[in-house]
Ligand binder design. Sequence first.
Ligand code: PLP
Length: 392
Amino acid sequence: MTQRAHTHKAAEPNPPEGRHGAFLPFASPSIDAETVAAVANVLRSGWITSGPQVEAFEAALSGYLGGRTVRTFTSATGALEVALQICNIGPGDEVIVPAMTFAATANVVVRVGAKPVFVDVGLATRNIDIGQVEAAITPHTKAVMPVHFAGLPVDMDALYALAQQRGLRVIEDAAHAIGSSHCNRRIGSFGDLVAFSFHPNKNLTTIEGGALSIRDPAEVKRVERLRFHGIGHGDDGMDVIEAGGKYNLTDVAACVGLGQLRQLEQLNRRRRELAARYFERLQTNPPLQLPARGDEGHSWHMFAPLLPLEQLRFGRQDFIREMVAHGIGVGVHYPALHLFTLYRKMGYKAGDFPNAERIGRSTVTLPLYPALSEDDIDRVCAACVQVLLNRH
Ligand SMILES: *Cc1c(COP(=O)(O)O)cnc(C)c1O
């Protein structure tokens, strides 16, 4: 389900139209005609991989993030992995990660040879519980990786105060949070290392892509090296300093990103309006448990209430199937991470993180993307009412 939720399906035919109109997927990118035309120009230009568009996109992202240094990647996963390498995190080290997030957040810790130490999240916020972060710190802890879940910022003042006091690096998984703000400061305009995703489901897309916002200018050269084969420049031209990866964004993708960034504030404003409509209109019996509302700093990457499973005579798969029959796509973001085979093998088990597990069992992601109308949201709400009716 997670794989499906994270695979962009636009190239495949939509499921048959529901009885009530065109199929509404749970996520869909908004790419304007100007961007499409600009991409065609890049394709015709003769320079299609990393070049002037990447430079322009990184400069534009830097402008958007208050002048921070930003480097682009082929994915947030690549950016997170390089961030861990920048912090010299490897075998013997521990990194604190929420148990409710996409698999990439913890997988990258495993990939650099370190140990992900999970902690639970708030039931409504889905964000890492800072008290539990403090309790999970050991002499081996090197970093914390908060996730701004669904675009709702973690309390960064509290987290950075703790990190500073305990000498930890902070690698923010801001995959959901381009355009989110905490106390009027954009996520990625402050903080240590902040990674964004530009996957098609995210608030800004480059088809596939990501970026890293970097506080310490002294670390930028190494970020660039780890992004591209570990190549540096010696006295006699090219040199290889370390075994880097291959994560450079293409100019075609960067051109899509430039168009998206121009639209971002408007697209996120629309997401906020549509989320507000859900809060106003989504009244089922039995009631869904709605996510934390946050404030204007929430960028509403997703709208994911919890099913009241203990009050229902059917399961989540039945709910999803019936919503699809109404022409409405529903995602699952995410199953609790510590219960996947890889992490069970490390000793994690059911019961370790009750909130993450409850969310993992009962979360459903309803359609939320800028191209939806108020009527579409009302249709989703009406379908939820119908599907849950008499299922006590
Ligand atoms: C999408 C996502 C990622 C990975 O992003 P990619 O760009 O696909 O690598 C990482 N963490 C979270 C929380 C995500 O939702």
